[in-house]
Design a protein around this ligand. Sequence first.
Ligand code: C2E
Ligand code: CA
Length: 408
Amino acid sequence: MKIEPAIRRILVLDDDAFILKTVSHALGRLGYTQVVTTTSAAQALTLLRGDGDAIDFILCDLNMPEMDGIEFLRELADRGFGGRIALISGENPRTLKMAEDLARARSLTIVGAIEKPVRVEALKALLVQWQTEAQEVFSLDPPPVTPEELRRAIETRELVAFFQPQIELATGWVAGVEALARWKSPSRGLVLPDAFIPVAERHGLIGPLTERIMADAFSNMTAWRSQGLQLRMALNVSVESLKELDFPDRVLAGILAAGVSPASVILEVTESRFMANLVAAMDSLVRLRLKKIRLSLDDFGTGYASLAQLRDIPFDELKVGQTFVRGAAQDETARTILEASIALGQKLGMAVVAEGVENQGDWDRVARLGCDLAQGYFMAHPMPGADIPAWVDAWNARHCTADSSVLQ
Ligand code: C2E
Ligand code: CA
């Protein structure tokens, strides 16, 4: 287990001497005594050259005469600076966000940003948050999943599907669920897909993984149906699977073997990766469509689809990426993208699903904007299939009265 060292020495770079004084005073009050300050990026680089190893945290202004913050960060990246960086800025949030993204794209570690005028509380929150997160990340720090482990987990059925409900916004009824892969590992605990889907994709295991999740999903659908519960099933499909030309035939065979209707199955494909493999995937998508299996464009807004491509692809549903749904509360750009995506989906005759609905505000906003379905922690976290019928009963009892009134 790696232990993240505490911050030893902080460099503060800002052309405004008053800010330097305020920040170093505030840092002193927070117990950080090893603080170096400088008013120019060139000086900062000289300092780092001589003493670089000792500096492990830089607070950096973006807007400076001569060398600005972006140029300074570029220099830091070229030198392979491995410490943490926080930005100080009076710029608008979009410019700040772009600067953060740019620095991350250059493999620098940006831990956050502080707006000017700098407040002690904001500075404290940033440092505390960073140190806590660093400790959490490093104390968990599990060894990476190996392909052999994953193959065994698929074979022994430690790999299972969990299910997250999707709610019809207009009526409050539970329309269906999305199946999400989980690995119930005896040694690691419950492992989330980000730790093993990329491994499966790289090592030719995505086919067996998808087949296992589908089989588990369909057998749960059959069990729910025997309890009087009809739900549609959304399944995540990797572009690697779509590239296999017999994929549509295998999916249909699985659906028919389980006695499920193809129209109650919807396959979610992630936009960015789909676009990169357009021709190869198109064959499978059209054939799935011919077999009456429905298609959903996942994480819309985060990839690189052009509007013309969107027009030409036979999707039934569009899922608006969670960053826009969750972000809409504070960020005007996210709100605008959310509104435009919903309108676009509707105009193209697609059902629109809002992912990442985390609170009443998110729910009200997506309902007002005319989304069809909502999914998110506000309603339910993903859960084992056996828990779904009781959850649906409890939900219906609370939210679907005789007059179909909805969460308000
Ligand atoms: P996704 O398809 O975008 O799935 C939604 C993810 O958001 C899920 O994460 C879900 O647990 C999480 N989520 C749901 N509601 C909320 C919310 O309100 N707030 C927040 N912060 N998160 C929420 P999960 O289960 O960790 O899955 C991550 C990704 O792994 C999925 O993203 C999907 O791309 C991939 N994945 C999951 N299962 C499979 C699978 O069976 N096959 C393939 N190919 N990919 C899968
Ligand atoms: Ca999905």
